[in-house]
Design a protein around this ligand. Sequence first.
Ligand SMILES: NC(=O)C1=CN([C@@H]2O[C@H](COP(=O)(O)OP(=O)(O)OC[C@H]3O[C@@H](n4cnc5c(N)ncnc54)[C@H](O)[C@@H]3O)[C@@H](O)[C@H]2O)C=CC1
Ligand SMILES: O=C1[C@H](O)[C@H](O)[C@@H](O)[C@H](O)[C@H]1O
Length: 337
Amino acid sequence: MINKELRIGVIGVGAIGTEHIKRINHKIKGARVVGIYDVLEEEKKQLADEMGIMFYGSGEDLISSDDVDAILITSIDETHADYVLKALAQEKYVFCEKPLAIDSQSCAKIVEAEVKCGRRLVQVGFMRRYDKGYMELKKLIESKSYGEVLMLHCAHRNPESGLHYTTPMSIIQTAVHEIDVLHWLLQDDYVSVESILPKKQTKMTHTNLHDPQILVLETKNGVVIQLEIFVNCQFGYDIKCEVVCENGELGLVDPHYTYVKHNFSNQTPISPDWQTRFKEAYDTEFQLWVNGVLNHKLEGPSSWDGYVASVITTAGTESTNKGEKIKVMLQEKPSIY
Ligand SMILES: NC(=O)C1=CN([C@@H]2O[C@H](COP(=O)(O)OP(=O)(O)OC[C@H]3O[C@@H](n4cnc5c(N)ncnc54)[C@H](O)[C@@H]3O)[C@@H](O)[C@H]2O)C=CC1
Ligand SMILES: O=C1[C@H](O)[C@H](O)[C@@H](O)[C@H](O)[C@H]1O
C-alpha cells in the first residue's frame, strides 16, 4: 500500500543518481528519497548520514524493505537487469535508467517477468520523449501539415567521452537515446540498421574507439534515418534532429535564449552537457513517473521500449563488427504495453 508520499530507494549514487536524488527531494511533488545503496559503501554511507536517510546493506535489502515503495536504479549498465528482476519479484515499481539491460535477451526476461505480474511496473529512463523540442516535433509530424516524413538527419555529439569509452558504447550508451525517441516520434518500427565508420578522429581517441560513427536506420514505412554519433566533438553537447517531409523540414533548436554580438562576431551558446541540455525533460519525466506510480498507471517508456532499443543497439554493434546491414526482428508485443 503506497502512502500519500512515494518513498523511493536509490541504487547507485553516482553522477545521475545524485542528480535524480536532488531532483526528487527538491523539485518533484509527492515523493522523497528514503534510502540508498551503492557498492562504494564507505563513501556513500557518509552521504546517507548527511541526508539523514537509510544506507542499506545491499540493493536487495533496499528493494525488499517495507519502508521503500519504489526503486530508482542508477547504477552501472551491467547491474540494471538483475535489480529490475528483483524489484519485479517483489512486485514493486521500478524506474531503471537506460539501458534497461546490456543485451536483448535480458530485456526479454524482464518483459516476461513483468507480464507475469499482469501490469506495468517498470519505466525506463528515455527522457528525450519529455523534451519540449521532441514533443513539438511529434505534434508537427502528426499534423501532416508538411506531408509524410521521408528521412531524418540526426547527430548526437558529446564534447568528450573519456578513455573508458569504446566503439560499442557509442551505440549502447549514446545512440540508444535516438533509437528510442525516433521510432516514438514516427510511431513506426525499425526494420534494419547499418553502421558506417567514417574517417576516424585522431586527437581524442584510442584503439578501442572508432569515433565518429554513423548509423543508418530504416523503418517499416520506408523512412531512412542517418544518425551521426560523435562522442569527442570537443565543441559542446550538440543534439541535432532534422525531419525532412514532402513539403517542409522540421528540426530541433538548442534551447538557449540569448546570443552575444561582439567584436564583429555573433555567438550563440551550445549546451555543455546532458544535465543542462535536457534539464527540463528530466524534471517532467520524474514528475510524471511519480504521478503514474501514485495512480497505479504508468505511461512512460516501458520494458518493451527497453527491449526494442536493445535489439537495435545489439544489431548496430553486429553491423559494425560484420560491416554489413543487419535486418531486425522483434518478438510479438505483449498486450500490457
Ligand atoms: N538518461 C540519461 O540521460 C543518462 C543515463 N545514465 C545512465 O545512468 C547509469 C549511471 O550512470 P552515471 O551516473 O553516469 O554512472 P556513475 O559511474 O557516475 O555512477 C554509477 C554508480 O553505481 C555504483 N555501482 C556500481 N555497481 C553497483 C552495484 N552492483 N550496486 C549498486 N551500485 C553500484 C557506482 O559505485 C557508482 O556510484 C548508467 O546506466 C547510465 O547509462 C547516465 C547519464 C545520463
Ligand atoms: O547516458 C548518456 C547521456 O544520456 C547522454 O545524453 C549521452 O550523450 C551520453 O553519451 C550517455 O552516456
